[in-house]
Ligand binder design. Structure first.
Ligand code: HGY
Ligand code: MN
Ligand code: MN
Ligand code: MN
Length: 409
């Protein structure tokens, strides 16, 4: 009976569409920055669905929400999860799919009257994206006990708010303790957010791990001056120094090779006026690589270049690490099961690393964890045009259902 069990794809798509109305933006995307009002609306909707499905809902000190379905026995949780916060130009699938598919699994088991041996859980973690508060995956890092709650609550947002105050403001500062996860195994369904599965004609990705991530914020202080009267040799131009660092980062990615990526996503100049040499620049550089040694080499060269530019332009450059996670390998037996189940369902499946960070990489610190990818159309994500075909959403959720059933017996 259980082997033929499949999820209800229409209901899954319906939930995703409903959730996407919370923080909906032009173009069909979603803006639900962590702990914003839109995030609260999304949280309230998902919590109401968890309760409708009969889950026992707990909220912990950093706002992580876990819905538990009792098993025939007590014990560690077999968990599906992800995040429902988004970037400011987000799509409706990044993170949301893993949580909605988890709820769909619960609904399917409720309908089938199946009670698993181990308890099942569906979780969403606070601030996975790391856009508003850094680091990313902050909530799941606290959940597994590797970031102290007090430190997390003191985290400043890029808009100046304090994480703990925002949590209280939206009513999600919960009583449940953090750092004692009690998870037996963790499976996260997620859109690939890259071009590989679609380009090579695969439906399922058996994700072998997550690449290393290094986020650095540079503050460049120069001297504001008149754009017309100041000779070039007398300038200490923070804007120019920032531009040099940005072009160096792009060159670095090419030179380091492999799957090295480098991104300058945030760059603000002040006073940001057409006729004033900038005296201050604030910029971020996101470096990633599956190979830790290469990632360290990229960081070393970037920091050395920044020191050179500081000296040659006569500006002061300070840097702050916003996030730094080494590459993570997922549980080999679980990755093999994702592959085997996909094959059993006649779904073309490929093993691949994840270019994006995910909560699964934090859960992997405390239990066997894995991820299931489904294709992103044109590899687009962190963009309102993010899209995954309903059949692929359903296929991924069916693989999730089967793997959770295996883990929970
Ligand atoms: O940036 C990331 O990899 C993720 O979306 N937090
Ligand atoms: Mn995500
Ligand atoms: Mn994301
Ligand atoms: Mn992510």
């Amino acid at each position: 009976m259980q082997n033929n069990l499949r999820i209800n794809g229409e209901r899954l798509s319906w939930r995703l569409a409903e959730l996407a109305t919370k923080g909906a933006i032009e173009g069909g995307g979603v803006a639900r920055l962590a702990l914003s009002d839109a995030d609260r609306q999304g949280r309230d909707l998902v919590v109401s669905w968890m309760k409708e499905l009969g889950l026992a809902v707990t909220i912990d000190g950093v706002g992580n929400v876990v819905g538990v379905r009792a098993g025939r026995e007590d014990g560690p949780l077999v968990m599906a999860g992800s995040h429902i916060d988004t970037v400011a130009t987000g799509g409706r699938y990044d993170g949301n799919l893993g949580v909605m598919a988890g709820l769909e699994v619960i609904a399917t088991l409720n309908e089938a009257g199946i009670v698993t041996r181990r308890p099942l859980a569906v979780a969403f973690f606070t601030n996975e994206e790391g856009s508003r508060f850094q680091p990313d995956m902050l909530g799941s890092l606290v959940y597994v006990g590797d970031l102290p709650l007090t430190q997390a609550l003191a985290t400043p947002a890029i808009d100046g708010a304090r994480l703990g105050d925002e949590l209280t403001r939206i009513g999600y500062a919960g009583p449940a303790p953090v750092g004692k996860p009690g998870v037996h195994s963790y499976v996260e369904l997620h859109v690939e957010q890259g071009p590989v599965l679609e380009a090579e004609g695969f439906t399922i990705g058996a994700v072998e791990g997550v690449q290393g991530i290094s986020w650095t914020e540079f503050t460049i202080s120069g001297q504001s001056n008149h754009a017309g009267t100041t000779p070039m040799r007398l300038r200490h131009d923070a804007g120019y120094a920032a531009a040099e660092i940005a072009t160096f980062a792009r060159r670095l990615a090419r030179e380091i090779g492999g799957n090295q990526v480098a991104t300058v996503g945030a760059l603000t100049l002040s006073p940001n006026l057409v006729n004033v040499v900038a005296d201050r620049a604030l910029m971020t550089v996101d470096l990633r690589n599956t190979d830790e040694a290469r990632l360290q080499e990229a960081e070393k060269r970037l920091f050395a270049f920044a020191d050179e530019i500081a000296a040659s332009e006569g500006v002061e450059i300070t840097r702050r690490t916003l996030a730094r996670f080494e590459p993570v390998a997922f549980s080999a037996p679980l990755v093999a099961r994702v592959e085997a189940i996909a094959r059993e369902f006649d779904l073309p499946v490929k093993r691949l690393p994840s270019g994006a960070g995910h909560d699964a990489q934090m859960l992997a610190r405390v239990c066997p964890a894995c991820m299931i990818f489904v294709p992103s159309v044109k590899g687009i994500s962190h963009n309102v045009k993010e899209y995954t075909a309903p059949d692929d959403l359903t296929a991924g959720a069916d693989v999730l259902l089967r793997l959770l059933l295996e883990m929970a017996e």
